[in-house]
Ligand binder design. Structure first.
Ligand code: C2E
Ligand code: CA
Ligand code: CA
Length: 722
């Protein structure tokens, strides 16, 4: 006989007959085979079990009375080993053998047929059994799917029968209500046994209303189970109950804790800054709009302070983003603390009048004062915010220092809307930064005209450059031991047709921002070198060092070296050429900067670190990089000799240059006291109005010629041409 071990592929049901009567087995095979079944048979129970374990069947026909092992035992064993609990097992018994029928039921049989077999009815009988089984297993399957879906959705179902006041529920519902696994409870109020106290009354009231008015039920609340609280949502509808004529309330209950948390998280993300936990730009705008509305109604004033960190990029670049973030976080805390102290001193405003600190950009914060009339008090707050920013930010291996610039705008004086307020506050902040960082500024309408001026300067500068109307002046540098002019620094001058003389401190940053500094810088280098060649040919002015300022973006420009080489001729005294770069360039760790520095050194050119002390260059950087001279920032010299901090820093820099064997220049020397201080500290060179400001090249020639290089004479701030 050929047996297939595969489940029927052609859709025919497969039947296993276990009977010790060979004639019966044969008949089954033929009769049922003709009715569309695939029939396998076994002559004893054990063989039957073996075949059953190996192959797939849709139904088993099992004789009760067999030698060795009887049908009940086999039935039990089939049930125990089968993976399919719903497989129908039909037993074959004697017509009046009620005992066997009963025993087979307990052994797990599905149905029975009696001997002698009615061969006409049997195929139909089996077809009915098979259909019932399939319907049952489909129902099981869909229940299982539903149960999984409910589990995933944290959803349970329940129904309440008003006539008996009983609630039946799914396992999921039972768990969500906090009953472990109970499936039925009496008394609807018990359903809410775990609802948190402050929700309880409301929930029961809603339930009874739904009951008396036959309305759908919708109620959300929280249930408490041990230490955890969950948010749940109940929904129910009245449906007719077929049996009793009365309706039942059929409902769902869903655990919505995670949805609620997600919604709260979205709210947080939308309105709060993730790093500092402060309000973000969006919530500032909303609060500001509310405050402006209130002001318009009550006729009050509302103020925004816009705070920008002056050198945040530098901190990030120097110490990395992790420290940068830690600084921002600490700064946010300091701001909150200062604001709290400040408003406490005012008696602690409440509600809508509460001030707010927000982080509105990467390195920008804002403070909103919804009700503030006293300018002096606002200035006090600005000072406090500035001062807390100035304190060192200490981390295990790093001390970071920063400063902030603060712009202040007042509604309705300076602006008509929230957007305009932020804009004017930002303009005022720029002004504060321009006037020397680490300060605050109230908005004034002149600031607005300044931003217009920025555009004009930009346009005019490009024209002046293109028309060749920029000039180079030279400021002498003096050696303190000989009193002789040892070098000059080339400084740009621009006397604009329309704007008059424009301060380099105004137009250089604009040129840097627009990239115009690249061609201008090239022109400066070419012009200064041309002049240097003239001085070199004159014995009186040789040897004179020439210092040229190089902007960071110029130094880092890929064509810089090429342009430098292009401008130098072979006979140039490169060892007398100096490039002045700022500390920010030293902080750039990129290999390109290092390559440029090394190449510059290779050409014999000296590197001067300009404005030293103002930035962040570490001693390590100074040791590592090929540097020749430090130029002490003129802001320190300005504080000499009485400013203790400036005096200490100046002395420390001079000592540092001595130990690193670097040259040192003090710039911005304006009076004799400063000169004396520097002499006493053995500073080697100085530069400043005390001797001369920057002058046209011919005046340098005359200074040297008149005094044979030594300088007892002091040129005033505006030297009249001799
Ligand atoms: P800097 O390189 O620090 O130049 C020194 C500045 O201090 C010059 O200002 C000079 O006129 C001024 N100064 C000299 N002696 C004294 C003094 O005794 N007291 C005071 N208070 N100031 C003094 P200037 O010429 O206005 O230049 C400002 C800045 O513009 C320069 O600062 C430099 O950063 C930039 N700059 C000027 N020319 C160029 C240039 O050709 N290229 C680039 N990239 N930047 C330039
Ligand atoms: Ca300089
Ligand atoms: Ca300088």
């Amino acid at each position: 006989m050929h047996y297939s071990t595969e489940p029927s592929v052609d859709g025919k049901p497969r039947l296993l007959v276990i009977d010790d009567d060979p004639a019966l087995c044969l008949l089954m095979e033929q009769m049922l085979g003709a009715a569309g079944w695939i029939v396998r048979s076994a002559r004893d129970g054990l063989t039957g079990c073996e075949i059953f374990a190996r192959e797939h069947f849709d139904l088993v026909l099992l004789d009760v009375v067999m030698p060795k092992v009887d049908g009940f035992t086999i039935c039990r064993s089939l049930r125990a080993t089968s993976r399919r609990e719903d497989i129908p097992i039909v037993i074959i018994t004697g017509r009046d053998d009620f005992m066997s029928i009963e025993s087979a039921y307990h052994a797990g049989a599905t149905d029975f047929v009696t001997k002698p077999v009615n061969w006409t009815l049997l195929p139909h009988r089996l077809k009915y059994i098979l259909r019932a089984t399939r319907a049952f297993s489909a129902l099981r399957k869909s229940e299982a799917h539903l149960s999984i879906a409910q589990e995933i959705a944290r959803l349970g179902s329940w129904e309440w029968e008003p006539s008996t006041d009983t609630v039946s529920m799914s396992i999921q519902a039972s768990r969500i209500f906090g009953f472990q696994e109970a499936k039925k409870i009496t008394g609807y109020a018990r359903l809410f046994a775990n609802v948190q106290a402050r929700d309880y009354e409301r929930v029961v009231r809603r339930f009874t209303e739904a009951w008396t008015e036959r309305r759908p039920l919708t109620v959300d609340c929280r249930v408490v189970e041990g230490h955890c609280t969950r948010a749940i949502a109940l929904r129910a509808e009245w449906i007719p109950d077929g049996n009793l004529g009365d309706s039942i309330l059929a409902g769902t209950v869903q655990d919505v804790t995670s949805q609620l948390e997600a919604a709260e998280q979205i709210q947080r993300l939308a309105y709060y800054d993730a790093l500092t936990g402060l309000a973000n730009r969006l919530s500032l705008k909303e609060r500001l709009n509310e405050a402006l509305e209130a002001c318009t109604g009550e006729g009050g004033q509302c103020i925004v302070l816009f705070i920008g960190i002056d050198n945040f990029k530098l901190i990030n670049e120097t110490y990395g983003h992790e420290i940068g973030n830690a600084v921002l976080l600490q700064l946010a805390q300091r701001f909150q603390h200062s604001l709290k102290n400040w408003s406490m001193a005012l008696g602690g405003p409440t509600g809508a009048a509460m001030p707010l600190v927000a982080r509105v950009g990467g390195e920008e914060f804002a403070v909103l004062l919804p009700h503030a009339d006293d300018r002096n008090r606002v200035a006090d707050l600005a000072k406090a915010l500035r001062d807390v920013s100035r304190d060192v930010f200490q981390f295990s291996h790093v001390d970071a220092i920063l400063s902030v610039s603060i712009g202040i705008s007042t509604y309705p004086n300076d602006a008509n809307s929230a957007a305009e307020m932020l804009k004017t506050a930002d303009l005022a902040r720029y002004e504060a930064k321009r006037l020397g960082r680490n300060s605050y500024q109230f908005y004034r309408s002149t600031i607005h005209s300044r931003s217009k001026r920025h555009t004009i300067v930009q346009r005019e500068l490009r024209r002046a450059y293109e028309e060749g109307r920029l000039e180079l002046y030279y400021q002498p540098r003096v050696r303190l031991d000989t009193g002789k002019i040892s070098g000059v620094e080339a400084l740009l001058r621009w006397n604009s047709e329309h704007l008059g003389a424009v301060d380099p401190c105004e137009f250089i940053p604009i040129a840097e921002a627009t990239g115009l500094i690249i061609p201008i810088g090239e022109w400066v280098l070419a012009t200064a070198l041309q002049q240097a060649r003239l001085w070199q040919r004159n014995p009186a002015t040789d040897p004179l060092r020439l210092a040229v300022n190089i902007s960071p973006c110029q130094f880092k420009h890929p064509n810089f070296l090429q342009s430098l080489k292009h401008n130098l001729s072979s006979e140039d005294w490169t060892d007398r050429l100096e490039l002045e770069i700022t500390e920010t360039v030293l902080l750039d760790d990129s290999p390109a900067v290092r390559v440029t520095m090394d190449a510059v050194k290779e050409m014999g050119i000296r590197i001067v670190v300009d404005d030293f002390g103002a930035g962040y260059a570490s001693v390590n950087n100074l040791k590592r990089l090929p540097i020749d001279v430090l130029k002490i920032d003129r802001s320190f010299i300005g504080g000499l000799p009485h400013g203790a901090r400036d005096a200490a820093i100046t002395s420390a820099i001079i000592d540092l240059t001595r130990s690193l064997q670097l040259g040192v220049v003090a710039e911005g020397v304006e009076n004799i006291e400063q000169l004396d201080f520097l002499k006493a500290r053995c500073c080697t060179e100085i530069q400043g109005y005390l001797f001369s400001e920057a002058v046209p090249a011919v005046l340098i020639d005359r200074m040297i010629a008149m005094h044979h290089g030594a300088l007892p004479i002091i040129f005033g701030r505006s030297p009249s041409a001799p």
